[in-house]
Design a protein around this ligand. Sequence first.
Ligand code: ZN
Length: 139
Amino acid sequence: MIIAITCVIAIVVLVFVLGVRPKDLPEPEPVSPFVHLDERKAAIYENLRDLQFEYRLGKLSDNDYQLTKKDLQKELAAVMAEVDKVKLALQSGRPVAAPAAAPSPAAKSKPTCPHCSATFDQDLKFCGECGKPMKAVRA
Ligand SMILES: [Zn+2]
């Protein structure tokens, strides 16, 4: 009985230490930022399963079971929060919507004098530069 409890406590402490360490040590960038979080999540799930198993075998008191379970669930919530944080960071760091390409004003052709090649912002009957008709004179 005592050995079982000691084992569970040791596992919880181990999970806690493993969970805290990555924050203290600047670890090399993983291939996916979710990999180590997924591993931690899996470890916590495994501990919860073990805990439930031992509780069903009667190795744990109700109180010990509830306390350890609460600890593990707290740990799990922390991991989930971290997953969300990483997801958010990825989203903000990588803008999904590309800035809308402004339609180029150069694409719109301006009225150009056929005689002196002066350009104007609006249609004119006669060129403001050379005074000749802007458009081919119709007879
Ligand atoms: Zn002109």
